[in-house]
Design a binder for this molecule. Sequence first.
Ligand code: ADP
Ligand code: MG
Length: 243
Amino acid sequence: MASPILELRGLVVRYGGITAVKGIDLTVAEGEVVALIGANGAGKSSTLKAITGWTPAADGSIEYRGQSIAGLPGHRLAQQGLIMVPEGRGIFGRMTIEENLLMGAHARQDPPADVLRDMQAQFERFPRLAQRRRQQAGTLSGGEQQMLAMARALMARPALLLLDEPSMGLSPVMVETIFVLIAELAEAGMSLLLVEQNARLALEIASRGVVLESGLVVLEGSGDDLLDHPMVRTAYLGESAVN
Ligand SMILES: Nc1ncnc2c1ncn2[C@@H]1O[C@H](COP(=O)(O)OP(=O)(O)O)[C@@H](O)[C@H]1O
Ligand SMILES: [Mg+2]
């Protein structure tokens, strides 16, 4: 296996008296897509937020490329290529699409011409965003906002992308578009940690899957093995227990 880009050991996340993540180990290898699945409240978002420091870890270690990243501010993580697209997308609704994209590159120290070239590349990838580049992002549809969130993340030139429920609230056509994009990024060698309620799509695209229940890892394996696993099929793929 390729060397790990991300390694969590014994990660604990607490909110006051609530322990949302209860000591999990999780590894993402260079170039690997790992799907993190689990019911509402299982601790998926808390895990991602602990990685980026939005919610400090109460215990355990978080290593990115072999170095502890505990306590590092977001722009330092961004400079090192660790980027999250948060639950709810986190776009700036009062800013234009262009301004949102430039925010995505704020931590880069490259010449402005390089940043503008990358913005042009995102506009070529997402023509809907190009047409609306000077509109406020809040006027976009949910699917377009998810595209913008992805495009903004790509402006940071991520090496490891954390995606929290990218398909949430999207039409089937938009879900398809987003998953095609995720597959392209994976194909291009980006490492991805993908949190999804849509377990089937996530496991189909992932090389490995990890199942969280009440803050604990209860199952992990290859994407294909998990798609065939009876517990996954009944609990997360909506199949009845009798067949
Ligand atoms: N800011 C918060 N304050 C208090 N409890 C929280 C907070 N965020 C999440 N939780 C709780 O932590 C648990 C895990 O939540 P979360 O990580 O959002 O789960 P998931 O993303 O898997 O749905 C839930 O019980 C949730 O209610
Ligand atoms: Mg969540």
